[in-house]
Design a protein around this ligand. Structure first.
Ligand code: SF4
Length: 202
């Protein structure tokens, strides 16, 4: 892409994210904001929840255990991370602190709504054919509904036509890990990403 107009616009958006202090309460626990990685002209964009500890430390999405599993799932579906774009609904880590202990937490609806314009601007720039929502937070953000209105277990595998792109819902990769690395769930996720590939490439 070199210095293509799209890449330059994406870099400008990245700068806007870096400069953002709308969620002042999150910033003391943020090491690095996580903008997203991959091809800015991708046909498929994967959207997750938000940075965890490893993502916050590195500035890249999906680099911990869940990230490794997601990379395997992407490969099993016949895709590669560099050909798609991966980002999150939230660009800053959400966590709660008890003494010295810092624990990831689910973002609140108002935090999701505050960060949502950045995701929407990313999607407007990339113009993917298929947007895959990984788990409840991503699905709620993309559907623009409250978190409690979303049951990713009921939505997984379903598609919806959006403005200019298809949406496909699946689990967050931390879900099969939480369920003891549930092979059936992992297989389902591979199937969902294969479906995304077919929808994007025909
Ligand atoms: S979470 Fe999003 S809106 Fe909130 S401070 Fe971070 S970049 Fe800004």
């Amino acid at each position: 892409m070199g210095g293509s107009p799209r890449l330059l616009k994406m870099k400008r958006l990245w700068n806007d994210v870096e400069a953002c202090a709308l969620c002042e309460h999150l910033l003391p626990n943020v090491t690095k904001k996580v903008f997203g990685d991959g091809n800015v002209s991708a046909d498929i964009v994967l959207v997750g929840e938000g940075p965890g500890e490893e993502e916050d430390a590195t500035g890249h999405p999906f680099v911990g255990d869940a990230g490794e599993l997601l990379t395997d799932i992407i490969a099993a579906a016949g895709l590669t991370r560099p050909e798609i774009f991966i980002c999150n609904a939230m660009k800053c880590r959400c966590c709660s602190k008890k003494g010295e202990k810092v624990k990831n937490r689910t973002p609140k609806d108002r935090e999701i709504a505050t960060c949502q314009p950045f995701l929407l601007r990313q999607l407007q720039l990339i113009k993917p054919k298929v947007i895959v929502g990984l788990g409840g937070t991503a699905i709620a953000t993309l559907k623009r509904v409250k978190l409690k209105e979303v049951r990713s277990t009921q939505l997984a595998g379903l598609t919806e036509r959006g403005k200019g792109a298809w949406y496909l819902w699946t689990y967050h990769p931390s879900y099969p890990i939480y369920r003891g690395r549930d092979v059936a769930l992992i297989d389902q996720m591979v199937g969902h990403l294969k479906k995304a590939k077919e929808m994007a490439h025909g």
